[in-house]
Design a protein around this ligand. Structure first.
Ligand SMILES: *Cc1c(COP(=O)(O)O)cnc(C)c1O
Length: 385
């Protein structure tokens, strides 16, 4: 075995159930962008489709892949869509995000008219991320126009928060007020049409009850990871979420090396004493972040062992001097537990000066994934395009 990613779909389902219960009566959207944060788009969707009200993705392609896999529930594309893809999305019954009343909308209306069926849209309002969305000042008029357009079915109106990982963030409260202010003049029409109002991603869903509104959009928490250490501390129940992903490999060689021997590219590490250096057969091509060179650890035989030297494209060197039983064939745990020791995506994030989101999302789609319980497709190897 070169490397293995095991995804516990029962843990994913339990996380969805826990978050749903916490946020009820708000509805629940699971965010499956970025290959379900590295966990596998189709397999995660199959596991949770009956547990959620919406699935959110970022790209048109992701939505169409889900439909090909016979995921039948409501799907929203959060990101920009090339106009050439709109007809396919409409035919597949996928909803899109609208943040202007210009060209994009006239394409939507054209597609809707020729199909004789309105296009499902969620209207995005910018409230503090400075990314996508109608400006709050322009939003009431725009929303009025869109709601009056028979070619559109305005199923949702939403915003995205910039700093909800902080408890009692004044910025977050101001974003909420800007958003609710922008949709106020359409309130009765929105209610009448059953249009859902949504704002909260994982952090706000857990920390800000007044931002749950009609629907929460949870990504990172679905996979059992916390949006930030502050969020975990503020919720005060670390057992609420169960990490779903386990990442392992196998030592393929162990070499005895004298003192004062340079190890790896650039001679970035030199042994201080006679050492045993183990070779893990995966590197940054397989998702081991190079930024963890000389900082990260892995688990071997229940021990924490340090990564030494620079992480290579297809290999990582570890110092197993302190683990006499380590040999070719020993299990290497990169994320998960071995005995009493555990390494998490948050540990990797700390070593690499990034966030757990990036660690799991960048695990390449081409690394074999196995699913517990196994998904019916047994699609263990997904080709890299
Ligand atoms: C990614 C994303 C989410 C989910 O964020 P998490 O912090 O992972 O829960 C929600 N809404 C939008 C618009 C997003 O882009």
């Amino acid at each position: 075995m070169i490397a293995k990613l095991e995804i516990d779909l029962a843990a994913v389902k339990a996380n969805v159930a826990a978050l749903r219960a916490m946020c009820a009566p708000a509805g629940f959207a699971a965010v499956l962008k970025g290959n379900a944060y590295g966990h596998g788009l189709v397999e995660v969707a199959r596991a949770i489709e009956d547990d959620v009200d919406w699935i959110c993705v970022y790209h048109a392609e992701e939505a169409l892949v889900l439909r090909e896999a016979r995921i039948a529930g409501r799907i929203l594309v959060l990101g920009p869509v090339e106009w050439q893809r709109l007809a396919d999305l409409h035919e597949a019954g996928v909803s899109v995000t609208l943040w202007d009343t210009g060209s994009y909308r006239s394409f939507l209306a054209g597609v809707a008219r020729s199909a004789k069926r309105p296009f499902g849209v969620h209207v995005k309002i910018e409230s503090g991320v400075a990314r996508y969305g109608f400006e709050p000042a322009a939003a009431p008029a725009a929303l009025g126009t869109l709601l009056a357009d028979a070619d559109l079915a305005v199923e949702g109106v939403f915003t995205h928060l910039a700093a909800a990982e902080e408890l009692e963030s004044a910025f977050t409260i101001a974003q909420r007020d800007r958003f609710l202010g922008a949709i106020e003049s359409s309130a009765s029409l929105l209610a009448q049409r059953g249009t859902v109002r949504h704002a909260a991603a994982s952090a706000a869903a857990m920390l800000y009850p007044t931002l749950r509104l009609d629907l929460v959009r949870c990504g990172i928490a679905v996979y059992g990871l916390w949006p930030s250490p502050q969020t975990r501390d503020a919720v005060g129940n670390p057992a609420l979420l169960a990490p779903a992903l386990r990442w392992t490999s196998t030592l393929v060689a162990v070499r005895n090396v004298p003192a004062n021997t340079p190890v790896g590219y650039g001679c970035a590490f030199t042994t201080a004493k006679p050492s045993r250096i183990g070779v893990v057969p995966i590197g940054y091509a397989e998702g081991v972040p190079r930024a963890a060179s000389g900082r990260g650890h892995v688990l071997i035989e229940g021990n924490n062992v340090p990564i030494v030297g620079r992480i290579c494209m297809n290999a990582t060197l570890v110092d197993v001097t302190g683990v006499p039983s380590a040999r070719a064939g020993s299990l290497v745990t990169l994320i998960g537990s071995d005995g009493d020791a555990t390494i998490t995506a948050d540990d990797w994030a700390r070593w690499c000066d990034t966030i757990n989101y990036e660690i799991v999302t960048r695990l390449p789609a081409g690394v074999p994934r196995s699913y517990v319980p196994p998904s019916p497709t047994k699609a263990l190897l997904r080709a890299v395009p």
